[in-house]
Design a protein around this ligand. Structure first.
Ligand code: MG
Ligand code: MG
Length: 265
């Protein structure tokens, strides 16, 4: 069931989402070669709890195995999504997608950013740039009177034009009291298809884009999703509210990109 949010609910959703931007900015300060994703997880969990919120990912149920053991998903290089933080130090030239969820005042924030670690290759830089551009191309379509397929088409078209793969098995979604609400928001689709977008519809748009083919598999931990050809993947996500003329983006990359300064892509 799809439910449209009131203005008050949108403001609560914004608070939960802005906390993610601030959490990811804390991580941006310490992401460098040598740091482990487990260290990042610890910093994120403390920051989220210190700000009166809960990390929604921790204990998130899994139909294929045990609950998610950490507060953020850290997906490195060929990992697309749902990477479990571990003790492997990040290396110069890696990328790490950090997906973060918060629950604050009964509402869930959901946002993700892909960080470069040290110096990354021009090819990987272009993957990151294109994926982030695709997110904003999708957001441009998230306005009253358009259809859900307009968002999906915009994301898919932008990435496939660069020869990149668009992951099919994981999609964006509605956001609200629950982290995953209706409707599903695929990163592929047809213009003019799908539900009509109304003011107050709150969704997360989250392109998961691969440098090679779109084929993926699940790791033995039953969480991590990896590209079959082992080529890198990028993932950016904003939560937003559909409005007339222009979507209201509820999460923010501003704090992150302030920290990354001239390094952000
Ligand atoms: Mg997310
Ligand atoms: Mg999401």
């Amino acid at each position: 069931m799809i439910y449209l949010k009131t203005d008050e609910e949108v403001e609560l959703l914004r608070e939960a989402n802005l906390l993610i931007g601030r959490t990811l900015a804390e991580l941006a300060k310490i992401i460098k070669p040598g740091v482990t994703t487990k260290q990042l997880d610890k910093v994120a969990e403390e920051f989220i709890r210190d700000n009166g919120a809960e990390p929604t990912f921790k204990g998130f149920p899994n139909p294929y195995g045990g609950p998610f053991p950490a507060s953020i998903c850290t997906s490195v290089n060929e990992q697309v999504v749902h990477g479990i933080p571990n003790d492997v130090p990040l290396q110069d030239g890696d990328i790490v997608s950090i997906d973060c969820g918060t629950r604050l005042n009964g509402f869930c924030g959901d946002s993700c950013y892909t960080f470069p670690v040290g110096e990354i290759s021009p090819e990987v830089k272009n993957l990151l740039k294109t994926t982030k551009e695709a997110l904003y191309k999708g957001i441009e379509q998230a306005v009253v009177g358009h259809r859900l397929g307009d968002i999906s088409y915009a994301v898919q078209q932008h990435c496939e034009a660069q020869g990149y793969g668009v992951v099919r098995e994981f999609v964006g979604h509605g956001v609200g009291h629950e982290m995953h609400e209706d409707p599903q928001v695929p990163n592929y689709g047809r213009r003019g298809n799908g539900i009509l977008l109304k003011s107050g519809l709150c969704i997360a748009i989250e392109p998961m884009i691969t440098m090679g083919t779109k084929d993926i598999y699940m790791q033995e931990d039953r969480w991590g999703i990896v590209t079959r050809d082992k080529k890198p993947a990028a993932h950016y996500e904003h939560s937003l509210c559909v409005r007339k003329g222009k979507a209201d983006i509820l999460s923010s990359f501003d704090e992150i990109e302030k920290v990354l300064a001239d390094k952000f892509i």
